[in-house]
Write a protein that binds this ligand. Structure first.
Ligand code: ADP
Length: 290
């Protein structure tokens, strides 16, 4: 079964007014269970509108033509919409702005409480979610989220979504505004959740480095349409087409291309620093780095 199945999805803001804007135009997309997918596209390409359909925050406009099914549940069906919101975890941009409780524990417990779970189950999930995001439960559970650093607040907010144990996790720029170390930590934790749960993850990011390091598959949106999709290798091999829609390839891919242009016999399908290092070492005869 697919985790996400989108068919013929079109969405127009302010239809039939002078402000009418087609945000999505006939999107067809299928995401398998357990897949980690990156969505990229220039500002205004439709990324937010698309992901907000996945938990019913934006409603399917034309129910006859379009369909959105997540985890077997239709986003157009009022009966399944509540379950959909429980099974699809959505981490919005700057999620820490939504923290509200006076302790970390209460904040993270908000979702599981709404799901009307038993107290023991809520406690177990809260503890696990706080640990999944790399915070020590005993040290953080009873602190105010408002006294934490920016990176810690972000992790508490993500823990609140993970505590709902979603089968599908959607994250809109989860590392925006964090320093490189904070970014790596959060992505490693998202990867850990993805692997442990076998959850499908959809990561919206403008960082090609971040996308290259983490995803199995990339979907490129442009002007409300799927412009290109494939593995990172397939997508980054089409640098020129990416440029045409205001996107770039990872820096390291450019470095590989520049080395090739200078005569080095190197495969330019490389998009992480580690992979380039390996290729260069192979050229040198396989010596290990010092
Ligand atoms: P992205 O997330 O890729 O930046 P969006 O989904 O936010 O793209 O926007 C897609 C298009 O829809 C853009 O042209 C944007 O200006 C327009 N849009 C987004 N939200 C609204 C809104 N609430 N009202 C009118 N137009 C909107």
């Amino acid at each position: 079964m697919s985790a996400i199945e989108i068919k013929n999805l079109t969405y127009v803001y302010s239809p039939k007014t002078p402000f009418e804007k087609v945000a999505l135009s006939d999107i067809n997309l299928s995401i398998e269970e357990g897949q980690f997918v990156g969505i990229v596209g220039a500002t205004g390409s439709g990324k937010s509108t698309l992901i907000q359909h996945l938990n019913g925050l934006v409603k399917v406009q034309d129910k006859k033509k379009s369909s959105v099914v997540v985890n077997g549940m239709s986003a157009t069906d009022k009966k399944t919409l509540k379950n959909l919101r429980f099974e699809v975890g959505m981490v919005f941009q700057y999620p820490e702005y939504q923290l509200f409780a006076d302790t970390v524990e209460k904040d993270v417990a908000f979702g599981p409480k709404n799901m009307k779970l038993e107290k023991d189950e809520i406690d177990r999930r809260v503890r696990r979610a706080i640990e999944v995001v790399g915070l020590d439960y005993d040290a953080f559970a009873h602190r105010s989220p408002f006294d934490l650093s920016g990176g810690e607040k972000r992790r508490v907010a993500i823990a609140g979504v993970i505590a709902m144990d979603p089968d599908v996790l959607i994250l809109d720029e989860p590392t925006a505004g964090l320093d490189p170390q904070g970014r790596d930590t959060i992505l490693a934790q998202i990867q850990a959740y993805h692997r442990a749960k076998g959850a499908a993850v959809v990561l919206v990011s403008h960082s090609m480095e971040e996308i290259a390091r983490n995803v199995d598959r990339i979907v490129v949106l442009s002007d409300g349409k799927v412009y290109m999709e494939g593995t990172p290798k397939q997508v980054f091999a089409r640098a020129h087409e990416l440029e045409q829609v205001g996107l770039d390839v990872p820096q390291v891919t450019k470095v590989a291309a520049a080395l090739k242009a200078r005569g080095l016999d190197i495969d330019t399908a490389v998009y992480t620093v580690e992979a380039l290092e390996q290729k260069l070492l192979t050229l040198r005869g396989g010596a290990s780095p010092c």
